[in-house]
Design a binder for this molecule. Sequence first.
Ligand SMILES: [Zn+2]
Length: 102
Amino acid sequence: MKTPKCKSCNHHLEWKKVFTSLWFPQKTATCSQCMSHHEITTPLYISILTVVLTNQLALLINNFLSWSSIWMSIAVVIALIISLIILFSIFIPYFARCRLVD
Ligand SMILES: [Zn+2]
């Protein structure tokens, strides 16, 4: 698994920079080699897969826990979805694509 390559010098962009620009779209990833800026995008299938997978996993985990109130189980599902999205986003930089911006 590798992070996207810089469009001007083919150097792999740092995971940390790709990750940051995924969470903060206004931030661009800078190549440490040639200092060119890149806009990071995620392929649509990765976004869909992440959403579907997190929802299914959260519901599955919630099934094993029995809560007396519906609100408690909704709160747990939301908390699980948030933590799973954070967990999955660790791997998203490896599937991300980049576009050179000036
Ligand atoms: Zn570069």
